[in-house]
Design a protein around this ligand. Structure first.
Ligand SMILES: Nc1ncnc2c1ncn2[C@@H]1O[C@H](COP(=O)(O)OP(=O)(O)O)[C@@H](O)[C@H]1O
Ligand SMILES: [Mg+2]
Length: 245
């Protein structure tokens, strides 16, 4: 059974359908990328899946349980889904290490020393150990995003969501972050990543889901979707993002 099964998911904002019946499966160890034009509902979909947004109808079955039903432990669900945002969302008044250990201590109730050891180990994996005592303002964009990825991964989530993780970065910093996410992909970390970056999409995905106006129109491997699709919406999208590669 899939780790996350989405069935006929609908989200309305102010009576307007933003998600119009989305169904997706994400299996353990699988990495999927979600692409589509700006405003088509990608972030809304991710947010519905970890209950930052309440779906209007449909089902989200996470580890066998429908988490759209009343009485679900929202905090527990969010603790099991790591989330990385475009603008990093690090705590400004905390150092890199403190950003990473906060959730371990407060949510996982791990003792300070152990949390610090875990943080050191995870920071080392992405080349951020030497920056552990810096504050976010002292870091480059790429370093901030790597810290945010470590913060999410240190919680040992079942799945990592990334919403445009390289969109706020210049090409050089973006490469740094792609390298890190590619390593997670090679380690079979379960991921669901929204991006416009065709380079990122290709190097971190088992398959790519293409969404248009609240509907999934295709799912395929990168090569076929980028170069062989006959769907005019998909062709146009990849022409418009091609010059960013
Ligand atoms: N909280 C909200 N309230 C009202 N409308 C929203 C809200 N969040 C998103 N929308 C609208 O839903 C549509 C899809 O947004 P979003 O999921 O952010 O798109 P994407 O991430 O694909 O660019 C947009 O038209 C957006 O304005
Ligand atoms: Mg978005």
């Amino acid at each position: 059974m899939a780790l996350i099964q989405v069935r006929n998911l609908v989200k309305k904002f102010d009576g307007r359908d933003v998600l119009k019946g989305v169904s997706i499966d994400l299996y353990k160890g699988q990495a999927k990328v979600l692409m589509g034009t700006s405003g088509c509902g990608k972030s809304t979909l991710l947010r519905c899946l970890n209950l930052l947004v309440q779906p209007t109808s449909g089902q989200v079955i996470f580890k066998g349980e429908d988490i759209t039903l009343p009485g679900v432990d929202v905090r527990k669900v969010r603790g099991e889904i790591g989330f990385v945002f475009q603008h990093f969302a690090l705590y400004r008044h905390l150092t890199v290490e403190e950003n990473v250990t906060l959730g371990l201590r407060k949510i996982k109730k791990i003792k300070s020393r152990e949390a610090s050891e875990k943080a050191s180990y995870e920071l080392n994996r992405v080349g951020m150990f030497e920056h552990r005592n810096k504050y976010p303002a002292q870091l480059s964009g790429g370093q901030k995003q790597r810290a945010a990825i470590v913060r999410a991964l240190a919680m040992d989530p079942d799945v990592l969501f990334l919403d445009e993780p390289t969109s706020a970065l210049d090409p050089q910093m973006s490469r740094e972050v792609v390298t890190v996410i590619n390593r997670l992909f090679l380690d079979n970390i379960t991921m669901f990543c929204v991006t416009h970056d065709a380079f990122l999409a290709k190097y971190i995905s088992d398959s790519i889901v293409f969404m248009d106006d609240g509907v999934i129109v295709a799912e395929d491997i990168a090569e076929r979707l980028f170069y062989e699709s006959a769907d005019p919406r998909i062709k146009q999208f990849f022409m418009s993002v091609a010059d960013h590669r």
